[in-house]
Structure formats: structure tokens, C-alpha cells
Design a protein around this ligand. Structure first.
Ligand code: GTP
Ligand code: MG
Ligand code: ZN
Length: 339
């Protein structure tokens, strides 16, 4: 562990008050580094602990823990941001206990349908409130903005979206209005998407280092290298993450949520477990042939569905159960927000 640990005051969300009353010392993981986790305890001290808690549970940035007679226990997570990564050959947990997830994509990339579909699916899977943030909107003409709107509504239906600019300040107050002293936000997106820049805009100060993008393809230089919990005071906590190349999808239900048009048609398929491949009486295939379903939608759906099925098979029953848990959480969340 290098550098001075950041001093982060703990402001407990309401749901953890009873835990604190019962166990006393509560802490939060602000960084995980080579098998060691750095946590802040509620007396304002930084404590280094092993990267796994009791029962071998891995710790992640954002985890809440208790110390009971020397034993570190990980508290139940309210949300889990996870992505599949072929490079790692498994799912990677990016951040946990996140209330608002900012899925960041630059205006230059915001009409890439498959990128938006992936971001939406990861957002729905997380149990956090997903918000698509279109950054660098100062680079977009009015015509480009209209095109982005059209593609976003189709590719990420139901996901809130905000156009932002660090230069003009557009959209920053709207993002800030989603945050409060005990909320936790996290940012996810490609390198160069503008995640760290957004944090600086929301904080109104330079708290995170940012880096140039290549002019040719707006790719970033992997400026942020660790997942870190940052304290923004009145604007709560925020977890900055390093840009990822691969945004693999782990959960089938979140794919259904992202392809609401396919899911609606599937209600009329003859078989309730229809895969829309070659089954008789398939309403989705029929709609594709008649042109009712836009070309490419079924292919894109199948691609993500296969990816999620593969990830679920690989993860075995544990992940499938977790998937149900996430879905339960996001249902509760949507109900709470009147969706
Ligand atoms: N014009 C413009 N440029 C922006 C905006 N937001 C970010 N940028 C620029 O985009 C580049 C990348 O921004 P970063 O915030 O470092 O991107 P990041 O997502 O944190 O990237 P990694 O840390 O590599 O994952 C920087 O040069 C920023 O100045 C914006 O709203 N408008
Ligand atoms: Mg960054
Ligand atoms: Zn079907």
C-alpha cells in the first residue's frame, strides 16, 4: 500500500444504523490493493485488513465491514456492479454498495448501439440506479444530439440519461441532485470517457487526475489505475474506476430488461422458454420477418443472451442465486421510484 491513506469520515446510511448499534465498530473499504484492503473505521482511523473477510468473502471497494473480536465480517451488499471479462476468464466485481451508477459514454461514442446495450444491461443487473451519462456534449452539434437521443432511447430503454459537459457545466447539477451526504455513486465506462473529469465537476475541485484522449479515436490512456472511494462531503461518496475495454454481461434477466421490444413480443411465443432461434410459433422471428422488429435487434439480443447464459453456466448456482437477488433489489428499487 503506497501513499498516505485518505482520511474519510464515515456517514452511515440509515440501513446500517441497527448494525452499528448491535456490533459497535463499522468500517468501509476505500481501496483494495494486492490482497490488502484499506478501510476507514467510524472513529476516523484508516485500518489495513486482509482482502478477504470471514468465510473467505472477498472484499471490494465500497464494502461495509464490522470488527467483532478481531474478526472482519463483510456486511450484506445492497448492490453489486459486475462485468464479465474474457481476459480474466470470469466476472469482475467493480464496486459495491452503490446507490447511483453513472454509465459514462462520450458524445462521440454515444450512438454505438451495442455499447449502450451492454451498459444498460450491466446497469440493470447491478441493483443500483443506472444513469447513462453522455459526456463531452460540448462536442455535439444539434443534429448529433438528436441522433444520440434517438439511439439511446432505443438501445437503453427506461434508463435515465443526462447530457453533460465539463466545459460548459451542462448536466452537472442534474447529476449532483441525485446525490446526498450518505449516497454512494460509482462511474463505469471506457478509458477516456470522462469519468474522473465528471467527479471533478461534481466536486467543484480537482480531486482526481485526468488524461488526454487520442484525437483519432477518442481512446483514453488509462489514467485512473485503482478503484477508489472518494469523499465529496455533501455530495456523498463516489467510486472512480479505471476505464475498461470489455463490458461483458453476466445476467440474462438484465438482457431482457434491455431489449424490452424483444421481451414484449416474446410474450406471444408459443413456448414460454422460446429462444427465438427456430421454434415453431415464435412471435419474435415472425416480427423480424415482417419488419415489425427493427433489423439487427434480434441478433444483438441473441449475442448478449448467449454471453449471459455462458457466464451464468460458468458461475454455477451461486451467481444464479445472486442474479435473483439483484433482480429482486432492482424490482424493489423501481417500485420505490414508481416505475
Ligand atoms: N471537451 C470535453 N472534454 C472532456 C469532457 N470530459 C472529459 N473530457 C476530456 O476527456 C479526457 C479524458 O477524461 P478523463 O476524465 O481522464 O477520462 P476517464 O474516463 O477518467 O479515463 P480513465 O481514467 O483512463 O479510465 C480529458 O482530456 C478530459 O479533459 C467534456 O465534457 N468536454
Ligand atoms: Mg479516470
Ligand atoms: Zn420466440
Amino acid at each position: 500500500m503506497t501513499g498516505e491513506p485518505p482520511l474519510i469520515p464515515l456517514r452511515l446510511p440509515e440501513r446500517l444504523r441497527p448494525t452499528q448499534d448491535a456490533h459497535g465498530l463499522v468500517g468501509r473499504v476505500v481501496r483494495v490493493d494486492r490482497g490488502r484492503a484499506l478501510a476507514m473505521d467510524d472513529s476516523g482511523r484508516a485500518v489495513e485488513i486482509p482482502g478477504s473477510a470471514s468465510a473467505g468473502a472477498e472484499l471490494c471497494t465500497g464494502d461495509w465491514v464490522t470488527w467483532t473480536s478481531g474478526e472482519v465480517t463483510r456486511l450484506e451488499r445492497s448492490s453489486v456492479i459486475a462485468r464479465a471479462s474474457r481476459a480474466r476468464g470470469e466476472g469482475q466485481t467493480v464496486a459495491v454498495n452503490v446507490d447511483v451508477l453513472f454509465l459514462v459514454v462520450r458524445a462521440e461514442e454515444a450512438t454505438r448501439e451495442r455499447l449502450l446495450q451492454r451498459l444498460a444491461a450491466i446497469g440493470w443487473d447491478s441493483g443500483a440506479r443506472p444513469v447513462l451519462v453522455i459526456s463531452a456534449a460540448d462536442r455535439a452539434t444539434d443534429a448529433r444530439r438528436r441522433e444520440i437521443e434517438r439511439v439511446v432511447i432505443r438501445s437503453a430503454p427506461g434508463v435515465e440519461w443526462v447530457m453533460t459537459s465539463a466545459l460548459s457545466g451542462e448536466g452537472i447539477e442534474e447529476l449532483a441532485s441525485m446525490l446526498g451526504p450518505t449516497t454512494t455513486a460509482a462511474l463505469l465506462g471506457h478509458s477516456g470517457a470522462g469519468k474522473s473529469t465528471l467527479i471533478n465537476s461534481i466536486a467543484g475541485a480537482n480531486v482526481q487526475q485526468t488524461g488526454e484522449v487520442r484525437a483519432r479515436d477518442v481512446k483514453g490512456r488509462h489514467t485512473t489505475t485503482s478503484r477508489e472511494l472518494i469523499d465529496l462531503g455533501e455530495r456523498g461518496y463516489v467510486i472512480d474506476t479505471p476505464g475498461v475495454r470489455e463490458l461483458g454481461v453476466l445476467d440474462g434477466h438484465s438482457v431482457e430488461r434491455t431489449f424490452t421490444d424483444v421481451a414484449a413480443l416474446a410474450q406471444s411465443c408459443r413456448f414460454s422458454d422460446c429462444r427465438h432461434e427456430s421454434e415453431p410459433g415464435c412471435a419474435v422471428l415472425a416480427a423480424t420477418e415482417s419488419g415489425e422488429l427493427e433489423p439487427g435487434r434480434l441478433d444483438d439480443y441473441q449475442r448478449l443472451r448467449r454471453e449471459a447464459d455462458h457466464a451464468e453456466r460458468k458461475a454455477g448456482p451461486a451467481r444464479r442465486d445472486k442474479g435473483r437477488e439483484y433482480n429482486r433489489l432492482s424490482r424493489q428499487y423501481r417500485r420505490a421510484r414508481g416505475h
